[in-house]
Design a protein around this ligand. Sequence first.
Ligand code: HEM
Length: 293
Amino acid sequence: MKSSSSRGGARLAFLTFASVASSAPMFALGAPGASTEITAPQMIDAFEGTFGVHPGQRRNHIKGTCAAGEFIGTPDAVALSRSTLFSGKTIPVVARFSLGGGNPDVPDAAPAPRGMALEFHLPGGALQHITMINVPIFAAASPASFRDAILAARPDPKTGQPDPEKLKAYAATHPDALALTELTSHHSPTANYYQTTFFSIHTFKFIDAKGAEHLVKWRFVPRDGTKEMTAAEMKAAPHDFLEKNLIERTRKGPVLWDMRIYLGEPGDPQDRPLPRRRHNRRAWPASRSTSTL
Ligand code: HEM
């Protein structure tokens, strides 16, 4: 594939999935000290208290399916990053598509964010991991705020449902959750895993061959376009369809995403997975972007 670039955005690579393997439950790896506000065990306790304990499976994004694919960087990427990920050589990838949350039996039509986690097998045996979800912003400005969201969603033992009063109190005290609530209120879940855009959300640093640093965000844009479910489709949807749809689609040919990179400018926030203002859904100004969300 030829490389191309346009104002504010450059296609860095493409990713294809030609075959799909079954889902692969794994144990969560601890991340001691990763959070400055709460500890990893506190976060895990919150997940397990709300969703139950499911030995051998992930505490979040528990329902998912894996796929094998390839990733090829373009010359645009080489200008920004010295990583072997972008060398232009074909990099084998294992992907895991998932539904956010810790309920292993969640219906596929549920309005949970969809995840794309990628494991790149770099030359020399190193692994590079990235995770993305299919919304451009996160629901929490900090790990503690995310824990509060998980606690607020805990089912009331009497009803088996989250307590509306607790949800109300959470919404009133966590304005950082508002932007994603607003965004998702006028979107419905994606019809499948392969017709949705996945976002890095966070800002990352690319370091080029001369040692210069570039602040970037990225998104994986599907060549199949995007498709959300209609209300009727949501009602008629079977409990499980996302894995089946993906397998059926890959039988017809490879599924492709373009990785688009957005370059930060001086003054752009580096530590905010949220919008600047409520009505602006991007953490960076629109001029950094050439795509429509
Ligand atoms: C405070 C913020 C966050 C917390 C506490 C958190 C927590 C977790 C946990 C506990 C898991 C399960 C890991 C495992 O068992 O292997 C997970 C998985 C995942 N997270 Fe997060 N997460 C956070 C933010 C994010 C963000 C911002 C993104 C997207 C950019 C994201 C995307 C994902 C994805 C895609 C997975 C599934 C990984 C897979 O399929 O292997 N998370 N998260």
